[in-house]
Design a protein around this ligand. Structure first.
Ligand code: TZP
Ligand code: MG
Length: 216
């Protein structure tokens, strides 16, 4: 289990994207999300060289540490270790959770993306610390995946006891619907990172999460 105190209380998870709002630097944008109340961050860079991803990971590690927020690296346990991140996020096609656990040790967070209850249960049984559930809605950030709808959010929330974070096409306009389906944690990429005002979008999402009882 993770040594990061109370990380399971996270409610608003923000993932990086290559295309920030025009003219904005990734680190500035991610700091804005922290100012707006993001309480878990992930570096997801599918195109950069390992060196570039490591550099970004180190910078985001430093930033998140200032705010006391857990920091996760997508796809790369080795980079997560080198950058002293809190954990790694895997997809269904990535290395098995057991292998990631072996590489990372027991003190790190391992998350995995799921699209159905069978995957959610398998992830929990394999020792995942949280699951992503989505894409809830169709999204250009992950265009090759069919939407799982809020029905899967309802099912996942009932099926597993580890944290479930809803992801995919989530915006301040539809967040309430996702929370009403049983989500306690939301994750967004484009709605936040592509916005002119990432802090304001985070604040809006936090308000909706709070109204649904999120910080009780
Ligand atoms: N996994 C499931 S949906 C998704 C990922 C990484 C993309 C979410 O991005 P957006 O822009 O918030 O729809
Ligand atoms: Mg992956």
């Amino acid at each position: 289990m993770s040594e990061i105190k109370n990380w399971r209380n996270f409610r608003l998870y923000v993932i990086t994207a290559a295309d920030c709002h025009p003219g904005r630097e990734l680190i500035q944008v991610m700091e804005q999300t922290l100012i707006g109340g993001a309480d878990m961050l992930q570096l997801r860079n599918k195109t950069g060289s390992k060196r570039e991803v490591l550099e970004q990971a180190k910078a985001l590690r430093e930033l998140t540490s200032k705010y006391g927020v857990p920091f996760i690296v997508n796809d790369h346990p080795d980079i997560a270790l080198e950058a002293e991140a809190d954990g790694v996020h895997l997809g269904q096609e990535d290395m098995p959770i057991a292998e990631a656990r072996q590489r990372l040790g027991s003190g790190k967070i391992i998350g995995i993306s799921t699209q159905c209850v069978e995957q959610a249960l398998a992830a929990q049984a394999a020792g995942a610390d949280y699951i992503g559930a989505g894409p809830v809605f169709p999204t250009r950030t992950k265009p090759d995946r069919a939407a799982v709808t809020t029905e899967y959010i309802r099912q996942a929330a009932e099926a597993v006891s580890i944290p479930v974070v809803a992801i995919g096409g989530i915006t301040p306009d539809n967040a309430e619907t996702v929370l009403a389906a049983g989500a306690k944690r939301l994750c967004a990429v484009s709605a936040i990172v592509g916005s002119e005002d990432p802090a304001a979008v985070c604040l809006a999402l936090r308000k909706t999460i709070a109204a649904a009882g999120g910080w009780q």
